[in-house]
Design a protein around this ligand. Structure first.
Ligand code: GUN
Length: 308
């Protein structure tokens, strides 16, 4: 059976183009453009790339963006003051604090300080609570993007068994809530789950959000399942790359390891997924692109809700 590769590019472009039309309409009819403030701390290279993508996409769709970058000596108090200033500013519709923050910083108090109406990441306990009670709220971007991929690919969710591997606040838990809202039967697995393959191999929809390159293998996947790979990991070991990638893909991956020291891999073995799944999201080029597109959508939704 052949596996459909669910490429994020076309879905992300479609969402961004819908968002851009809405922003052009708001600018024309209501006289404003939404504004997103992004706070970044330290020099984590992955965070720098993600924030760069968020700012670039904002420009593409016509969102005004503001980038506040602090070195990693910044105190929790200073960051709290920044969040409060952004909360008070009437021109700012969305506030995003890129994670992870340095260990020294009190991440929870900073996320809780964000005005829930401007919480475009959907991480504030108010928005988490609203989502879990099934009310409208700002929803975390990555799991919201996964739902968009499923719906736009016409993959049925209702009545299906969805298994999520990973219980993070950013992906696993909100993913469970969103799949439940779509009437899936949901199982959450994690690092202490006994006999993981016995559970994941029952999944019609398998979502991997663990943070370990190629952790999900053939024995975890049900024949013809939809496999959604949320992981983005650096692989610097050529032997691991040989296990994870198909013969077509491998030379490119090995060349990347040789040239820049790593290649990006998801939490799922690409080779095993294409051999067994019915549909699969690649890494890179899958779910990650949707995260940014959904952030753009959340920023417009926040602006419209605030400015009515
Ligand atoms: N770090 C990894 N993913 C995310 C995300 O979706 N939002 C923020 N703020 N930080 C992240």
């Amino acid at each position: 059976m052949s596996c459909t590769i669910l490429r994020g590019t076309e879905f992300a472009e479609a969402i961004k183009s819908e968002v851009k039309s809405e922003i052009d309409r708001l600018a024309r009819e209501r006289g404003y453009r939404p504004c997103l403030a992004v706070v970044r701390v330290g020099e984590d290279p992955a965070s720098a790339v993600y924030v760069g993508n968020k700012i670039k996409s904002s420009e593409e769709v016509g969102i005004i963006s503001e980038h506040r970058h602090f070195d990693d000596t910044v105190s929790s108090d200073e960051l709290l003051r920044v969040v409060q200033e952004l909360n008070q500013r009437d021109d700012v519709d969305g506030i995003l604090v890129q994670l992870p923050l340095p260990k020294r910083v009190d991440e929870r108090s900073i996320l809780e300080a964000i005005d829930p109406a401007k919480d475009v990441d959907g991480f504030h306990p108010m928005n988490v609570g609203r989502l879990s009670q099934g009310h409208a709220s700002l929803v975390p971007c990555t799991p919201a993007g996964v739902i968009e991929i499923l719906k736009r690919s016409k993959i049925d969710i209702e009545g299906k068994h969805a298994v999520i591997v990973g219980r993070s606040n950013i992906v696993g838990k909100p993913m469970a809530m969103l799949l439940l809202r779509e009437n899936a039967t949901v199982t959450i697995c994690h690092s202490r789950t006994a006999d993981l393959p016995a559970i994941t191999s029952q999944a019609d929809i398998l979502v991997a959000a663990i943070g370990r390159a190629g952790f999900v293998r053939d024995e975890h996947i049900k024949e013809a399942a939809t496999v959604i790979d949320v992981g983005i990991n650096r692989v610097d070991d050529a032997d691991l790359a040989r296990e994870l990638f198909t013969d077509d893909d491998l030379p490119k991956r090995l060349a990347a390891i040789e040239k820049r020291g790593f290649t990006l891999a998801g939490d799922v073995s690409y080779k095993d997924a294409v051999a067994k799944a019915g549909a699969f999201t690649p890494v890179p080029g899958g779910v990650g692109l949707l995260t940014v597109a959904m952030l753009m959508k959340n920023t417009v939704d926040a602006a419209k809700a605030r400015r009515t």
